[in-house]
Ligand binder design. Structure first.
Ligand SMILES: [Zn+2]
Length: 511
């Protein structure tokens, strides 16, 4: 509703400033040229999130899913650039705690993958195997990495000799393949995806436990602090933890359709890998010990969450810190004013280029077309410069979220941009916080009705898998886990079976 009103106001405002909105004729020509409606989206986010999502990632050049292999897509330049910027930010945070980057092989010998029995059992159903080289059958099957614990730790074993080699903190940016049998959705459920995977080995359990907290802090700084996405940290139930972990902490965000998306994980592996792999170090007294380990990662799902959570009916809205183009300058001129306006735009571009990722859109397309393009791609700020602006020694700043037009004196431009960036970011973050809904339910009936409203439902729970299965069968919702940071008080019976509850569990329908 709010968007509709703002659109009308924007048009009025544009007319006042002499910024002509695109005519119907232009629109139809453009549609013919591109074979579909480039101006605006056909689906509304609030009415049909699923179709809106697919339309927006396609039209904003994030993903092209026309690859004829299910679950394998092209990550297009717009999407890939955002991913890179996010990973660059993460990289500097990881380096600060001593993590170094490596690149490990794509293939894992089957015998490596088999060493930790639970791990193999968990991953083998969705592992893709290399069995032949040309026509020759290989002596041993090689797994295309579904995750790299086993190949990495076989090497860790060679590198770790004494306590002085610890902690060992390794990370890699790479792709993985998991042959998921569920229905696929670009960036949300792909069979091949990009991720970063961090792996560490520590001399003591306490150190490993402390590292879990450090990584969670880093993820919070990136995901909430930079991307403006709120989420909760849940310890997954025993039956749903990472195959081979002592416990898994998962970051669960709420998508606009009320379904939950896991956007990151930290697994405390204890000695579950170091023991079967015989990874041994000598402590300061010369005694043989097994290191404690953890692994953690975020995937291109985070990009799917960013698009889904922040976008609106006009397209993406990117948080300024990760937008490949932070500011688009659009000249608005008549025949007579063309030269002067373009000159001013170049001057402003040259100035802003020093501090921001800025583009000057001086192509021959109409301003209206350009506005739509930059709005579709989520460029956080647009600068319009027309004859009136020139006269008043000002520019017109337009925020992507509210499409509000702010006249700004040329002299104060840089500081006004920084303020507007902060304000766009805070607005996105606020909306995401508001969308992170947790409702309480006392019994099974309440659970059922609350689930239909979307988001998380908190219940008293006995922590038995059979009860989780019952909930799943009746409601299609999953027991996602218990809060990581606080142990919540529990009194009364399990919402599913009525027997003594052991924890407050968070239940939700999920992707
Ligand atoms: Zn129960």
């Amino acid at each position: 509703m709010a968007t509709k009103k703002q659109n009308t106001e924007t048009k009025k405002q544009a007319a006042k400033n002499g910024h002509k909105a695109e005519s119907k004729q232009t629109k139809s020509i453009l549609n013919e040229q591109h074979g579909h409606s480039l101006l605006g989206l056909n689906f509304r986010k609030s009415e049909n999130f699923g179709e809106w999502y697919l339309e927006v990632i396609k039209k904003s050049d994030i993903v092209d899913e026309r690859v004829p292999i299910k679950g394998f897509n092209v990550l297009m330049p717009e999407g890939y650039e955002i991913w890179h910027i996010m990973m660059d930010r993460l990289d500097s945070m990881l380096k600060r705690i001593g993590v170094r980057n490596y690149y490990f092989p794509l293939l894992i010998p089957e015998r490596f993958l088999k060493k930790e029995a639970e791990h193999f059992k968990g991953f083998s159903p969705e592992t893709a195997w290399v069995t032949h080289a040309g026509e020759t059958k290989l002596e041993e099957r090689l797994a295309i990495r579904p995750t790299s614990e086993t190949i990495m730790y076989e090497m860790f074993k060679l590198w770790i000799r004494s306590y002085q080699d610890l902690p060992l903190k390794a990370n890699q940016y790479t792709n993985i393949v998991r042959w998921d049998t569920k229905s696929t959705k670009p960036l949300i459920r792909d069979r091949e995806f990009l991720w970063h995977e961090g792996h560490s080995a520590h001399a003591s359990e306490e150190e490993a436990e402390k590292e879990v907290g450090e990584i969670l802090k880093i993820y919070r700084s990136l995901i909430t602090g930079v991307l403006g996405i709120d989420y909760i940290e849940l310890i997954r139930p025993e039956w749903d933890k990472f195959a081979g972990a002592e416990y898994s902490v998962a970051l669960d965000a709420v998508m606009p359709d009320g379904k939950i998306l896991q956007i990151g994980t930290v697994h405390n592996l204890g000695q579950n890998f170091s023991k079967p792999l015989e990874m041994v170090f000598l402590d300061s007294e010369g005694k043989k010990k097994y290191p404690y380990q953890l692994s953690y990662g975020v995937t291109t799902r985070l990009l799917g969450a960013l698009i889904g959570i922040h976008g609106d009916d006009r397209g993406l809205i990117l948080p300024p810190e990760v937008a490949p183009v932070q500011i688009a300058i659009v000249p608005i001129y008549t025949k007579d004013s063309r030269e002067k306006i373009l000159e001013k735009c170049s001057e402003i571009f040259g100035r802003l280029e020093k501090s921001f990722r800025v583009m000057l859109d001086d192509s021959e397309k109409t301003p209206g077309f350009k506005f739509h393009q930059h709005e579709l791609k989520g460029v956080p700020l647009r600068i319009e410069i027309g004859p009136k602006d020139l006269e008043k020694k000002q520019v017109t700043l337009v925020r992507r979220d509210f499409l509000e037009k702010i006249p700004v004196e040329e002299e104060r431009l840089e500081s006004q941009i920084s303020e507007a960036f902060d304000s766009v970011f805070l607005q996105l973050k606020k909306r995401s916080e508001e969308n992170l809904i947790v409702r309480d339910a006392k019994n099974f009936e309440e659970l059922k009705s609350s689930l239909n409203a979307g988001g998380f439902v908190r219940i008293n729970f006995c922590m038995r898998e059979s009860c989780a299965d019952k909930i799943k069968a009746d409601t299609k919702a999953e027991v996602r886990g218990t809060l990581f940071s606080i142990e919540e008080k529990v009194a009364g019976g399990c919402a599913a079976c009525g027997q003594k509850a052991n924890a407050k569990a968070y239940v939700a329908r999920a992707y």
